[in-house]
Design a protein around this ligand. Structure first.
Ligand SMILES: CC(C)(COP(=O)(O)OP(=O)(O)OC[C@H]1O[C@@H](n2cnc3c(N)ncnc32)[C@H](O)[C@@H]1OP(=O)(O)O)[C@@H](O)C(=O)NCCC(=O)NCCS
Length: 226
């Protein structure tokens, strides 16, 4: 059996959706939507193919930080349970990291749940390093009145295999969390979300007060360009 890592095209969406559904049984996996995301110019999706069957994938995309730094977001990684432990995730991450270099990213990064040892090991094997700070992910599908845009808030529209949404970066205040809800609702995106270092207790409180829901604790893993 030969394993091949390839760049996916929209034609692979059906098989990718199958893997996604097997790995996250409670989550939606719409192949039409996934095909559209694969075709977006800032995304690169890789698949692991064994005997003409997709057994794993990773989807990554480019974002710009508020300072204009090009970041490669290694976003969604999955390997079918019966194919795990054979280095497939590590090969997918390596291919994605190469794509990040091609996209001229200065930073490749992944957000990994604190108890996801398999994912941590796969990223570590590919040269990624953990950022010490534990963060809480908060998300909201709520709405709010459209307020002025607070100073130092950075709202970043993103599309992933799971959702269209807006990430909050920069200064995270109660007004900022509500502004992001208003933007989300205006464009009918699925979610507004922020990754908040646990030490930023005021930001955590502001998210909670604005009705954002705690998702889980994560750590950033970084790989700096060659
Ligand atoms: C995380 C996941 C992608 C790993 O896939 P994989 O193909 O089994 O990973 P690899 O075979 O490349 O393993 C990489 C390393 O992690 C280790 N590893 C893999 N799964 C592990 C687990 N559950 N516990 C401990 N170590 C694990 C491997 O032994 C290997 O170690 P090594 O580098 O020292 O040899 C897979 O388990 C998965 O799809 N999980 C569910 C979805 C998920 O969590 N995605 C990641 C979100 S960031």
């Amino acid at each position: 059996m030969t394993l091949e890592i390839q760049q996916a095209t929209p034609q692979h969406a059906l098989q990718i959706a199958y893997v996604k559904r097997r790995v996250w049984e409670d989550e939606q996996a719409d192949e039409t939507y996934i095909a559209r995301v694969i075709a977006e110019p800032d995304h690169v999706t890789h698949i692991a193919v064994e005997d003409n069957t997709v057994v794993g994938f990773v989807d990554s995309f480019l974002t710009l930080s508020s300072e204009g730094m090009r970041r490669w977001e290694v976003d969604l990684l999955a390997v079918l349970p019966e194919h795990r432990g054979k280095g497939i995730a590590s090969q997918l991450i390596a291919a994605s990291t190469d794509a990040g270099h091609t996209m001229d990213a200065a930073l490749m990064r992944a957000l990994i749940a604190v108890d996801n040892v398999g994912s941590e090991k796969a990223f570590a094997r590919c040269g990624y390093q953990t950022q010490d700070e534990t963060c809480a992910l908060y998300g909201s599908d709520g709405t709010a009145d459209n307020l002025p845009h607070p100073n130092d808030l950075y709202l970043l529209p993103v599309t992933t295999f799971n959702y269209r949404g807006v990430w909050l970066e920069g200064k995270l205040s109660a007004e900022g969390f509500r502004k992001a809800q208003a933007v989300r609702a205006r464009y009918q995106w699925d979610t507004a979300g922020a990754v908040i270092p646990l030490s930023q207790t005021q930001a955590v409180t502001a998210a909670q007060e604005a009705g954002y829901t705690f998702v889980a604790e994560y750590r950033w893993w970084h790989y700096r360009g060659r």
